[in-house]
Ligand binder design. Structure first.
Ligand code: ZN
Length: 342
């Protein structure tokens, strides 16, 4: 098959469109003909290299995959060749305490497509049957591939971790990112009020179209000042964050008393300063979040199938142009998901 692989860590130039061996399935696995694979920042971290993850080389990334079932192993009962499916990006054992609780990402053998197993920057990928979900409603392959990772992540952050309740006020950082656009819509689903930030004026209107009640351009306005203004100095109940150091002070200052800050990433750096008096005195919580579970994907897919939640698609590239697609992601000049077509 054709695949985009890298043989060493480095810049976008290490991505090579080349021949790779066809995946061979086990009895409990499904071979998927990839129709669309969505990019995530994770792909770039993996290409550059993450110290605690020793990747096999050459390596195929890509966690968000939709396609057709090409072949099934002898023990597979739930899907058959030709079915339109998407893959839940997180792979866990399914038989440990964490998995029984639905906390897949706490499983000791947890990994993702494109991390310890091959991902979707390829014509074919193999998957455990457990990870295969029918595409809901009349979603296209592109729409389906754009959903899983960001909606699982945002769902887990807002409900499982931050305990979002109807009518609360939420600050969503980076509305143009995949998790940001998912978060805005999930908040509106439960009647929360959303203040969203974007990094460019052309994204202001797009954030409003997704449902943001108020929008801040964080490159020319102070997030903390604007949140004070929008909330009559009260602050927000939940801060939804994935940027890290660059926005930390503004995010923490924007929390109301009893506010919860939930974060799933540090694209601008992981080291921050914390004033503990303002943490305990105002009874705030800081919550870490990492991915989520298959049950959270099934919850989100109900609304996706009804088109009450939708992934926003920025653009699509042929698989061979994966380098250009990743360069676009690194440029920040996009809104929504970027896709690859094998
Ligand atoms: Zn497990």
């Amino acid at each position: 098959m054709k695949a985009v692989r890298f043989h060493e860590h480095g810049g976008p130039e290490v991505l090579k469109y080349e021949d790779a061996p066809d995946p061979k399935i086990q009895a409990n696995e499904v071979l998927v003909r990839v129709k669309a694979c969505a990019l995530n920042h994770l792909d770039i971290w993996l290409r550059v290299g993450v110290r605690r993850w020793q990747l096999s080389m050459p390596h195929i990334v890509g966690a968000d995959i939709a396609g057709e079932v090409a072949e099934v192993g002898s023990l597979v009962t739930r899907v058959k060749p030709g079915d339109r499916i998407l893959l839940s990006p997180g792979i866990s054992c399914g038989q440990c305490e964490a998995c029984f609780k639905g906390l897949d990402s706490a499983c000791r053998s947890y990994t993702l497509f494109g991390v310890m197993v091959d991902g979707g920057y390829a014509e074919y990928v193999k998957s455990p049957e457990m990870n295969v979900f029918p595409i809901p409603g009349d979603l296209s392959f592109d729409e389906a591939a754009a959903v899983p990772l960001v909606f699982i992540t945002a769902w887990h952050m807002l409900f499982t971790r931050a305990g979002l309740r109807p009518g609360e006020e939420v600050l969503v950082i980076g509305a143009g990112s995949g998790v940001g656009m998912a978060a805005i819509q999930i908040c509106k689903l439960v009647g929360a009020r959303v203040i969203a930030t974007v990094g460019a004026d052309w994204k202001l209107e797009k954030a409003r179209e997704l449902g943001a009640d108020e929008v801040i351009n964080h490159n020319r306005q102070s997030i903390a000042e604007e949140v004070k203004r929008f909330t009559n100095k009260r602050g927000v109940d939940v801060v939804f964050e994935h940027v890290g150091a660059a926005v930390w002070e503004d995010c923490f200052e924007s929390l109301a008393t009893y506010g919860r800050l939930v974060t799933c990433g540090t694209t601008s750096g992981p080291e921050v300063k914390l004033n503990m008096q303002l943490l305990y005195g105002r009874q705030r919580s800081i919550l870490g979040s990492f991915m989520g579970g298959k049950f959270e994907l099934t919850e989100a897919l109900k609304f996706i199938g009804q088109r009450r939640l939708k992934a926003v698609i920025d653009s699509a590239f042929p698989l061979k142009d994966a380098r250009a697609a990743q360069e676009k992601m690194e440029s920040r000049n996009f809104f929504g998901k970027i896709l690859l077509h094998p």
